[in-house]
Design a protein around this ligand. Structure first.
Ligand SMILES: Cc1cc2nc3c(=O)[nH]c(=O)nc-3n(C[C@H](O)[C@H](O)[C@H](O)COP(=O)(O)O)c2cc1C
Length: 195
């Protein structure tokens, strides 16, 4: 069976990555995206990977623990990704970069990806565009052109998203992501070049 036909038989697996190790808003944002994706395509298999539930290990050459092995396997087996990240020190959290450093460079190749981020200041929304997206570009992900950045003020009690504009942006992100999933179905993952 060639790579093109594989996708017509198996449902695509989408890994939703919650890159926060404490706090709750990033997870709430991710679960809202999950809900909107389901509305657009119920055939996708969605799984949330909460970094807060993993025993993280700094990449220092030591043998990897079971949680890190499991995390890497989930990344490798997924057909697409939604990344949710808080902003730390005008960047992505070290734990998220550390996790990405553990992945084989070809593990995410030509797979769709979308980013949502949450910060305590509005001024850091370009962290997504200028810092996170280039990493996913390096992996050759199909990164959706739209991302969503939320601020603490967009959340109400129990981390409900209370801003209507954010809901619309998240729905649009989900819509485009589902289209990117379909687009990736027809893109053979085996490259012609050796890079
Ligand atoms: C160590 C640390 C550094 C942070 N630095 C920034 C920052 O530079 N810019 C910003 O907008 N928010 C910053 N914040 C606020 C977090 O982005 C915000 O608390 C987080 O997105 C809330 O989501 P959570 O509940 O999932 O943790 C920082 C928070 C922490 C804990």
């Amino acid at each position: 069976m060639d790579d093109n036909n594989r996708w017509r038989i198996y449902n695509m697996k989408i890994l939703l990555v919650d890159g926060t190790v404490f706090g709750t808003k990033t997870g709430a944002l991710l679960r809202q995206v999950e809900q909107y994706i389901k509305e657009f395509d119920s055939s996708l298999e969605l799984e949330i990977l909460y970094f807060s539930k993993l025993k993280h290990q700094i990449l220092d050459g030591s043998p990897l623990n079971d949680d890190m092995k499991m995390m890497i396997q989930k990344f490798e087996e997924a057909d697409g990704y939604i990344f949710a990240t808080p902003i730390y020190q005008a960047s992505i959290p070290g734990v998220l970069k550390n996790a990405l450093d553990m992945l084989p460079p070809k593990a995410l190749r030509y797979k769709p990806a979308a980013i949502v981020a949450n910060g305590g200041t509005f001024q850091h929304h370009l962290v997504v565009e200028n810092q996170f997206r280039p990493i996913l570009d390096y992996f050759r992900c199909l990164v959706t052109p739209n991302y969503v950045y939320t601020h603490t003020s967009h959340f109400g009690e129990n981390d409900q998203i209370i801003d209507q504009d954010i809901h619309e942006r998240l729905r649009e992100l989900a819509r485009v992501f589902v289209q990117y999933c379909k687009m990736s179905e027809s893109l053979t993952k085996e490259p012609i070049d050796k890079h």
